[in-house]
Write a protein that binds this ligand. Structure first.
Ligand SMILES: [Zn+2]
Length: 493
């Protein structure tokens, strides 16, 4: 796979360099905008990672880049996400930044979903600025474009009708003032007072009120806001998913609004496809198929998260396999990263055998011939944590291991036949403390042949008394990783 690595060690994929090449001279503003109406899942992360890759490619070219995550905190709540109490119906139409946290742990509904995502971005050491849209409106960043939009209400309406082929209501306005009830939807804008940066509007009950748009007392409707924010923030690049780029979709309207109303060039674009979770379908907060970035960061390092989420080509749909196919992904990742190589499956075996004891893991790895991986013990401890977490959460049953305690081992041995028990006793007598994995494997095999026991039945006996299963990881290296006491205690029957 062709790629470069930037000075912070993050890989820049070739597709991102091609996108960067298609963008003009800087300075650049790269934006990724995401709703905070529910869990921000690993599918949403794909958009941010696409933007990051392009931002990094631009930086590598020597451009000045502002990389922004635009959290749509002022957006109205549209529907009740799974897990949100039905009583939240009363907040439909209210800004997410003005709605209480359903679990009471953050200052608002928006923050409840945004903060964990922000933490994941921090853990990934992403060089990104997180902006909250309610804050941008309150600080007046959108005052100019809001005024411009209201002044051009008729042209904006015309574009919307043209592109979507739907007739807009008679009192349609690009601006949604917030009523005293807290609602943003259902108001009728009556008059624009540009000098006071405010509008006069009729609320749901017909009462007249006013809203100051330089202080966040309302927002632009979503489709208009998209084009307006390009201008207000000076956006030069933004990736979009297919939900926005379909015909008549929000990018179609925003492109025309940018050119014809705001007189601002349409930013560079990249259309990414969605990702799914193997065996479960596309990720979707509203359907409850949610994999959070932190779930991924529990089983792999940040750069591996970048790799698995982007895939080889983010313009193509891709199912993440965190189950049976994951060890191979990790092996490819380590090989490309040029790290000391321990097959992930072996690390998983070691992690499950030694628990949290990193020194025991190091001994086991050295005996297995992976001494190089024990030079950096902090890294080893982290890698073992990833492997252990993966085993606990995602590993197929065949890879889940636990060394049987002596009593359970004895119980398992009682169900073997005499030949198998005698075989284990002899193996036990032949094993030595300093044997490496290959030597142990050889002892297991030749002892079986010498005793006229079929190797398949011999190895089944080994797995039964150690793991309570009929098969398992390669027996020689696994046994070599245990202490001699652990083995003889279970083999001397
Ligand atoms: Zn919370």
């Amino acid at each position: 796979m062709e790629h470069h690595v930037n000075e912070t060690g993050i890989r820049i994929p070739a597709w991102a360099e091609r996108v960067a090449d298609s963008l003009g001279a800087g300075p650049h503003v790269v934006v990724s905008g995401i709703s905070v109406s529910g869990n921000i899942h690993a599918g949403n992360l794909r958009e941010v990672l696409v933007a990051e890759a392009v931002a990094n490619a631009l930086r590598q070219r020597g451009e000045k880049v502002r990389f922004i995550f635009h959290a749509d905190t002022i957006d109205p709540l549209r529907k009740i996400a799974p897990g949100i109490p039905q009583s939240y119906e009363e907040y439909i139409g209210h800004s997410l930044s003005h709605i209480p946290d359903p679990e009471g742990c953050h200052v608002s509904y928006a923050e409840h979903f945004l903060v964990p995502f922000e933490e994941a971005l921090r853990e990934m050491e992403m060089d990104i600025e997180v902006l909250r849209s309610h804050d941008l409106y309150e600080r007046g960043v959108y005052t100019g474009v809001t005024s411009e939009a209201i002044e051009h209400t008729e042209e904006l309406r015309g574009i919307l009708q043209d592109v979507t082929n739907r007739k807009m209501p008679e009192h349609w306005s690009p601006y949604l003032p917030r009523a005293s009830s807290g609602k943003l939807t259902g108001m009728r804008v009556l008059e624009h007072l540009p000098e006071q940066s405010s509008v006069v509007f009729a609320d749901e009950d017909g009462w007249e009120d006013s809203a100051d748009y330089s202080r966040g007392e309302g927002k632009l409707g979503w489709r208009v806001e998209l084009a307006a924010r390009w201008k207000a923030l000076g956006v030069t690049f933004e990736p979009f998913g297919k939900d926005h780029t379909s015909r008549g979709g929000s990018t179609d309207t925003a492109d025309r609004m940018a050119r014809e109303v705001f007189h601002f060039p349409v930013p560079g674009r990249y259309e990414y496809e969605w990702i799914g979770l193997k065996g479960r379908g596309d990720m979707s907060s509203s359907r409850g198929i949610v994999l959070l970035p932190k779930d991924l960061l529990e089983i792999m390092p940040p750069d591996a998260v970048r790799r698995i989420i982007l895939g080889r080509d983010p313009a193509r749909r891709f199912d993440i396999d965190l189950e049976g196919g994951f060890p191979r992904f990790m092996d490819e990742y380590r090989a490309e990263a040029g790290e000391p190589y321990v097959p992930f499956a072996h690390l998983v075996t070691v992690a499950q055998t030694v628990g949290e004891d990193v020194d025991a893991a190091a001994r086991m790895l050295r005996r297995g011939g992976y001494g190089e991986a024990t030079r950096d013990m902090d890294k080893l401890a982290q890698d073992l944590r990833y492997a252990r977490n993966w085993a606990g959460e995602w590993a197929p049953e065949s890879m889940r291991l636990g060394l049987l305690d002596p009593a359970a081992s004895q119980e398992a041995a009682s169900r073997l036949d005499d030949e198998q028990r005698a075989y284990l006793r002899e193996v036990s007598a032949r094993l030595g403390a300093e044997m490496d994995g290959d030597t142990v494997q050889d002892v297991l095999y030749t002892t079986a042949i010498e005793r006229g026991l079929k190797p398949k039945r011999a190895f089944a006996a080994v797995y039964r008394v150690l793991l309570g299963k009929s098969s398992g990881p390669k027996a020689g290296p696994f046994i070599a990783g245990l202490t001699l006491d652990q083995v003889t205690e279970r083999f001397s029957l």
